[in-house]
Design a protein around this ligand. Structure first.
Ligand code: HAM
Length: 423
């Protein structure tokens, strides 16, 4: 009887084992590459932070903070939280390390896991992976367009085509209070249940994101932030659109977009993929011009995005696009016997030291099994070494494509293999 495994990964947490792990790396690195091309430097941040950072940064009334955080007291009785998103941590680090005293904008990118205690379903995980960028300190619509274009180029560089970019502007302190009052007045006239009424009082924008059909119907005629921008904010949004047009980044304006985090101001955007069912957002972001100040820093603006690596992988699969190369080697060693293995181990070491990818048949496999392993490895050449070869100081160099084999001196194997790989 085969042993039964009693452990599984935690509920709602994906594993990426080979071959899926190759696609994971290709997506993560492909999205990150676009940020590098635009001058963003990597930042590596803690997986957990002071709980208050997220409560203040992301917003107490958001689902992310009020329902989804992995919060616990550590052994020193401090309340810490597994990061649910990246922006608050980046802004905290910018302030802490005075990065905003250098040239602006501060341009940072990151990749890694985030944690949200959501109800797991296809494309909605409790540990999710994002690639993100943040550009802090310059309030220029051209920078908004740059950030958006990096995300767009990232998805396209992976071969993804079936997505659309949705864009809107939420205004800021200069127009939001008046709009908020207007929206609250509208919502007060509706026949809403008690909980929704309370939400309308605390965070009226969130009511526009209610998925229930009867609420959607009632709010269909609600006033929209985009229609109530100050002239300066309207011009900022128009300029973002002009830059996106010049960059040939297609978009649709969706004035009903509601982002799940409270720090957003002005330009906000989402990348939506139609092949994913309910969890269709493959990335999103926007401006957060008040966040630096609210976390105790200088009153500097910011803009960024978070792209979902897991959902991008699902979107690629939905489109039938394969990305990522499974691990393969250049050379596979086939030792026939222990002495032969002992002789091939240092050859493999020397080849690896010169940058050649090498694997070996371990465990005393016979010729047939070892040759099968060599074929599976994707190697171009096999080094076949038997006892008699060893005595004669030679080794067989087999071209696994053509099946041709020639004998080469064991002590020149490294140079000969390297020359063969160049040829
Ligand atoms: P977000 O929209 O909450 O934004 O998340 C960004 C992306 O992460 C989503 O579009 C989605 O692809 C992915 N994602 C979120 N939750 C899950 C989940 N439970 N399972 C799988 N994927 C998920 C932020 O996090 C902001 N920090 C983005 C940002 C950066 N805004 C400005 N700068």
């Amino acid at each position: 009887m085969s042993p039964v495994s009693t452990f599984a990964a935690p509920k709602g947490v994906p594993d990426y084992a080979p071959p899926a792990s190759a696609a994971f790396l290709a997506v993560r690195d492909g999205l990150t590459r676009q940020a590098r091309l635009a001058g963003y430097s990597h930042v590596e941040l803690p997986i957990f932070e002071d709980t208050a950072l997220f409560a203040r940064g992301v917003g107490e009334s958001t689902d992310v903070v009020s329902k989804e955080m992995y919060t616990f007291a550590d052994r020193g009785d401090r309340s810490v939280t597994l990061r649910p998103e990246g922006t608050a941590g980046v802004v905290r680090a910018v302030i802490e390390h005075s990065l905003d005293r250098q040239q602006l904008p501060v341009k940072l990118s990151y990749a890694g896991p985030f944690f949200r205690y959501e109800r797991p379903q296809a494309g909605r995980y409790r540990q999710l992976q994002q690639v993100g960028v943040e550009a802090i300190g310059v309030d220029d619509p051209a920078l908004d367009a740059e950030v958006i274009a990096i995300a767009d180029a990232g998805f396209r560089s992976l071969g993804l085509t079936g997505f659309r970019l949705e864009l809107t502007s939420l205004g800021d302190d200069s127009d939001r209070p008046a709009y908020r009052a207007l929206l609250q007045e509208f919502l007060a006239g509706l026949d809403l249940d008690e909980a929704t009424r309370e939400r309308a009082r605390l965070n009226p924008l969130r009511v526009l994101d209610d998925k229930r059909p009867q609420v959607r119907e009632m709010t269909a005629g609600a006033p929209l932030a985009l229609d109530h921008l100050t002239p300066a904010n309207a011009e900022h949004f128009a300029a973002v659109r002009r830059h996106l047009d010049a960059l040939e980044v297609p978009y649709v304006v969706n004035p009903r977009m509601v982002r799940g985090l409270d720090y957003y101001t002005k330009t906000t955007f989402e990348f939506v993929h139609d092949g994913l069912g309910a969890q269709s957002g493959i990335g999103g972001g926007g401006r957060y011009d008040g966040l630096m100040a609210s976390l105790g820093g200088q009153p500097l603006s910011g803009i960024g995005f978070g792209l979902g690596v897991d959902r991008t992988m699902l979107a690629l699969a939905a489109e039938g696009v394969a990305v990522g190369e499974t691990t393969r080697v250049d050379v596979f060693g086939v030792p026939l016997g222990e002495d032969a293995l002992a002789a091939l181990v240092p050859v493999a070491g020397a080849l690896r030291a010169s940058g050649v990818r090498v694997d070996l048949a371990y465990g005393g496999r016979g010729l047939k099994g070892a040759m099968k392993a060599a074929d599976r490895s994707g190697a171009r050449f096999a080094l076949v070494l038997g006892d008699r070869d060893l005595e004669a100081g030679v080794v067989g160099l087999k071209d696994l494509g053509t099946g041709e084999q020639l004998e080469i001196a064991l002590d020149s194997a490294v140079e000969r293999v390297r020359a063969a790989l160049r040829g």
